[in-house]
Design a protein around this ligand. Sequence first.
Ligand SMILES: Cc1cc2nc3c(=O)[nH]c(=O)nc-3n(C[C@H](O)[C@H](O)[C@H](O)COP(=O)(O)OP(=O)(O)OC[C@H]3O[C@@H](n4cnc5c(N)ncnc54)[C@H](O)[C@@H]3O)c2cc1C
Length: 402
Amino acid sequence: MRITCVGGGPAGLYFAVLAKLADPARDVTVLERNPAGVTYGWGVVFWDDLLDDLFRYDPVSAARIWDAAYKWDEYEVHAAGKPVSFLGGYGFSLGRHKLLEILGDRARELGVTIRYSDDLTDPDQLPAADLIVACDGAGSRIRDSAAEHFGAQVETGRNKYIWLGTPHVFRTFTFGFEETEAGWIWFHAYPFAAGASTFIVECTPETWSGLGLDRMDSAAGNARLQEIFKRHLDGHPLDDAGRGWLNFRRVTAERWDHGNVVLMGDAAHTTHFAIGSGTKLAMQDAMALADAVALLPAKSGNLSAALEQYEHRRKVALAPLQRAARASSAWFERMPEYADLPAKRFSYALSDRRGEYPAWRYLLHMSTQGAVPRTMLRWTLSARRWNRARRRPPRSLSAAVP
Ligand SMILES: Cc1cc2nc3c(=O)[nH]c(=O)nc-3n(C[C@H](O)[C@H](O)[C@H](O)COP(=O)(O)OP(=O)(O)OC[C@H]3O[C@@H](n4cnc5c(N)ncnc54)[C@H](O)[C@@H]3O)c2cc1C
């Protein structure tokens, strides 16, 4: 069987690894438009659930990811004018460069051919293969060339964001909110390597233009952000990976297959960074597709049935996370409405933003054990009521743009 993955991101490389592991006789190729070692973005976060899956599917790459991952163990919330609050929880982070290096090395060890600097410019000229996996990211050319067939929709989020990095090493996952003359602006930051943290800045479009960020070049914009967030950065600079300010693009597709072509990862669906799950979901897509393709011989080679099975499995798994991501991004769009809450209530509202956070259940349990004061439970429940009262459809998600 000949398999070609168009796109050497986490989805494409991990699927190539699994496809080769399942059957070393397969001819598996990954086409990646960037040169080796070049990618966008900084570190990404993930949690135990992804690690569990990775260890089940390929313990070798899982152990390398585990070794390279940075472990952090709580959330700090720094909102201007309020004392710092701390929220329970832990997780892991890893630079995108490192993740892709680990997956690329593993794929090559197993005999996958990776063709870097190979840009598939014409989606009508797909290479000859039994299965073509379109894992070419959120802006997928392959998906867009048959947008009607795939039922592809792109909705644009209201807030502006920029994905920056900094050599300042945050102690743990940190949210920081600052009030400026043009309104609130905030960051989501976490360490992901020795000497490096991700620093994603977000604000409403009114604040963005009010601060003049829409008119500044990258250097001036970064300098302005450094000034605004100086109390958090300890004198360290901010670094733009070159993508500049963006609006989040929420991609959905009604169907994921087209003949022998199948969508995977961000090409099929994107998930707002406010819940830090897009990489996990892309890699879990790869696992599900590998499982479906592994069943092909038993199903007399019915590729279409296998692809349908893959799509169904993933859509069921994705639905709750996509709801959480919408609720979470909508919370950040309404952030200024929460700004007057006292510190604890503000941070509990933040932690409950997904609309599914089981903090109150956990705290109820812990308070019955005498492990946390009952006031914490009261704050969490009141934050939950506050969020519920304000939860309404995100006003930002504009009309669908095909
Ligand atoms: C600000 C921000 C923060 C994020 N933080 C997190 C996080 O903390 N945790 C998390 O899990 N996720 C996070 N994500 C999401 C995550 O980055 C994506 O969901 C993930 O990268 C999707 O993987 P992918 O392989 O599907 O696509 P990509 O990683 O986008 O890979 C697609 C690849 O295809 C290549 N390509 C594109 N077109 C072509 C072509 N025509 N020919 C050849 N190659 C092509 C691209 O160069 C790219 O390498 C974040 C996203 C953003 C925007």
